[in-house]
Design a protein. Structure first.
Length: 258
C-alpha cells in the first residue's frame, strides 16, 4: 500500500532538488526569450499577427516544457543511485514504489511550476501585443499540462531501469512518435499490404496519441473546444499515466542496485 504522505515528502524534496538544476533555468530562460521574439515574428505579417504571435508562444511553451520534463527528469533517479543516497532512503519505511511515485510527483510539480511561469510570459506578451485571450487558451495550456504529466511518466519509466542518456533518447523518441501516430495510421490505410496496415494500427493503439492534447489550432483561431474533448483528453492522459507508473514500479521493484 502506497502512503500518500511518504509520496508527498519525497515529491517535495524532489522539487527542491530539481529547482537547483541549472539546466532548468537555462531552458526556462530560452523559452521566455522565444515567447518574446514572437512579437518580432508576428510583426513581419500585417495580417493575423496576433495569431502568429500566439502560435509561436504556445509552440515554445510545449517545446521547452517537454525539454525540461525529459532532460531534467531522467537524471533524478539516476542521481540518487549514483550518489548512493537511494540506499539511505530505502532503508527507511519507504517502498520502492513510493520512492518512484514520489519522484514522479515532484517532477510533475516542477514542470507545472515552470509551465505557470511560461504562461505568465505568454499572457504578458499577448496583452502587450493586443492579441485576444479567451477560454480556449486556458484549455490548450491545461492540456499541455496533462501531456507533460504523461511525458514525465514515460521518462520515469525509462529512468527506472536504464541510463539517463538512453532514457532521454527513448522518451524523446516516444514523444515524437506520439505526435505522428495518426499520420502513420493514415499511411497504413493507404497501403496495399494488410500486415503493414495492421502494424500501424497496433502502433497507434499501443503508443499514446499525444495529438489528443494539442489544441493550439483551436486556441489561436478562437475555434470552439468542446468540453467532451477536454474531458476525454484528461481521462486518456490519467489512464496512461497510471498504467505507465504501474509498469515502472514493477520494473523498479526488481532492479538490482549493486
Amino acid at each position: 500500500m502506497i502512503s500518500p504522505l511518504r509520496v508527498w515528502v519525497i515529491g517535495t524534496n524532489t522539487v527542491r532538488e530539481a529547482i537547483r538544476n541549472k539546466l532548468l533555468y537555462t531552458l526556462l530562460f530560452f523559452a521566455i526569450v522565444l515567447i518574446g521574439t514572437g512579437v518580432i515574428v508576428s510583426s513581419i505579417s500585417y495580417v493575423e499577427s496576433g495569431r502568429i504571435l500566439q502560435d509561436v508562444g504556445l509552440a515554445s511553451i510545449r517545446l521547452f516544457s517537454v525539454g525540461i520534463a525529459i532532460f531534467v527528469g531522467v537524471g533524478l533517479i539516476h542521481g540518487e543511485v549514483h550518489r548512493r543516497t537511494i540506499y539511505t532512503i530505502l532503508s527507511k519505511p519507504v517502498s520502492r514504489a513510493e520512492f518512484l511515485v514520489g519522484k514522479y510527483v515532484g517532477l510533475v510539480l516542477t514542470v507545472w511550476l515552470q509551465l505557470v511561469i511560461m504562461t505568465a510570459a505568454f499572457l504578458g506578451v499577448s496583452w502587450m501585443a493586443g492579441a485576444p485571450i479567451d477560454g480556449g487558451h486556458a484549455a490548450a495550456i491545461g492540456l499541455i499540462g496533462v501531456e507533460l504529466a504523461l511525458i514525465v511518466a514515460i521518462a520515469t519509466f525509462f529512468s527506472a531501469f536504464t541510463t539517463p542518456m538512453l532514457a532521454s533518447l527513448f522518451t524523446l523518441g516516444l514523444y515524437l512518435m506520439g505526435h505522428l501516430t495518426r499520420d502513420l495510421v493514415q499511411i497504413g490505410e493507404r497501403s496495399e499490404s494488410e500486415s503493414f496496415r495492421q502494424a500501424t494500427r497496433v502502433i497507434y493503439e499501443v503508443l499514446p496519441d499525444l495529438e489528443t492534447f494539442n489544441r493550439t489550432l483551436e486556441a489561436v483561431h478562437q475555434l470552439p473546444i468542446e468540453a467532451s474533448q477536454i474531458g476525454w483528453a484528461v481521462v486518456y492522459g490519467v489512464g496512461y499515466v497510471v498504467a505507465i507508473l504501474f509498469a515502472a514500479s514493477f520494473v523498479f521493484e526488481r532492479r538490482d542496485f549493486r
